[in-house]
Design a protein around this ligand. Structure first.
Ligand code: RIB
Ligand code: CA
Length: 339
């Protein structure tokens, strides 16, 4: 069956995130199908203290013994950008949440990234918030990209934005940081909006997750799934209020699946850059899809060399398999018998 990874080693992952409901699901998917070594948080959907609390709550609700490290609160140059209109001021609007029973670890997330990547070659960084932590780590430790298997990130798009007409939220929140990551000497996989809007949150998915939380409406057996269903319920209410419909992108888990299940994706290497100066287009990612761009690592006529970088652009995915993997992960991780 598509998505069956039983016969291969789990990729070793560090997730850099700004929970956010889709970040929370991405954490669970990473724990289900990868070896989730650590979680780092960055100011984004909500301020750093809130997204750090939300990452800790996700681990608590799903019984994950994964260290969480708080990182950068503000972008490299931009003013802090949050998304209360979608995620609420706390970043986790919707569910009632338990008291937190854990704390973030020391050191700072950037120091953790540097230490952990230097200690262990071949890790994947899954970046699903603004790129500030990863860019700061790369700037402080230029040897890091060469030690990684790659960076898989949710951000940008080849076809318009969500926070502005041109720019996707993560890219707009810290375009200078994203430019550093795109230009780094490691494999970059990009899950932009044109990809992530193929994997959607709708009322049927919320119903399926509620069924995971309490099968046949019976006793609650998976409190984490209940929280995710309530987070998604709020997400759909906000989308309906803002856009008049009830379908949203399930963005961040795509960047995890692009590492754990690459066979579900069509990926094409394309010259990709991020606009830093445009008054209308700052934070816009520009993906050069012109057919004249040749394939392979050499001979690609990069446009404006230095501003465009070779990036594996995730074009499409097996949505049915991906959706099933997400629901299975919430079920598998959230209802472990030993909890
Ligand atoms: O534009 C979608 C991205 O912005 C996702 O990572 C979501 O969590 C928000 O951070
Ligand atoms: Ca995110």
């Amino acid at each position: 069956m598509a998505g069956d990874t039983a016969d291969r080693p789990k990729p070793r992952l560090i997730v850099d995130c700004d929970p956010g409901q889709d970040d929370a699901v991405a954490i669970v998917v990473a724990a289900a199908y990868g070896e989730l070594l650590g979680i780092t948080t960055v100011g984004g959907n909500a301020p750093l203290a809130d997204v750090t609390r939300n990452a800790l709550l996700t681990c608590q609700l799903f019984g994950l013994d994964v260290p969480v490290y708080a990182g950068e609160a503000t972008p490299l140059k931009a003013e802090p950008l949050h998304a209360p209109e979608i995620h609420g001021t706390s970043g986790f609007a919707g569910p009632s949440l338990p008291e937190l029973d854990r704390e973030p670890e020391h050191p700072h997330a950037v120091e953790y990234l540097i230490e952990r990547v230097r200690a262990d070659e071949g890790l994947w960084l899954v970046q699903i918030g603004p790129a500030t932590n990863v860019a700061t780590a790369f700037a402080k430790a230029p040897d890091l990209p060469g030690r990684l298997a790659g960076v898989s990130f949710m951000g940008g798009s080849a076809s318009g934005g969500n926070r502005t007409a041109a720019a996707e939220f993560n890219a707009l929140a810290d375009p200078e940081a994203l430019d550093v990551v795109l230009g780094s000497d490691t494999e970059i996989r990009m899950c932009g909006l044109d990809l992530t809007m193929q994997l959607t949150v709708d009322d049927q998915l919320v119903s399926d997750i509620r069924d995971v939380a309490a099968p046949d409406g019976g006793a609650l057996g998976n409190p984490g799934a209940k929280v995710i269903a309530d987070l998604f319920g709020h997400y759909l209410e906000r989308i309906e209020a803002l856009a008049g419909h009830r379908v949203g992108g399930l963005h961040d888990p795509c960047a995890v699946l692009a590492v754990t299940h690459p066979e579900l994706f069509e990926m094409v290497k394309r010259p990709t850059g991020v606009e830093l100066r445009g008054s209308l287009t700052r934070g816009m990612t520009v993906v050069d899809r012109r057919s004249r761009v040749s394939e392979g690592d050499t001979g690609i006529p990069w446009t404006d060399a230095g501003q465009f970088h070779p990036v594996w652009h995730c074009v499409s995915l097996d949505v049915v398999a991906a959706r099933s993997l997400v629901v299975d992960a919430l079920n598998q991780v959230g209802t472990k018998s030993d909890r």
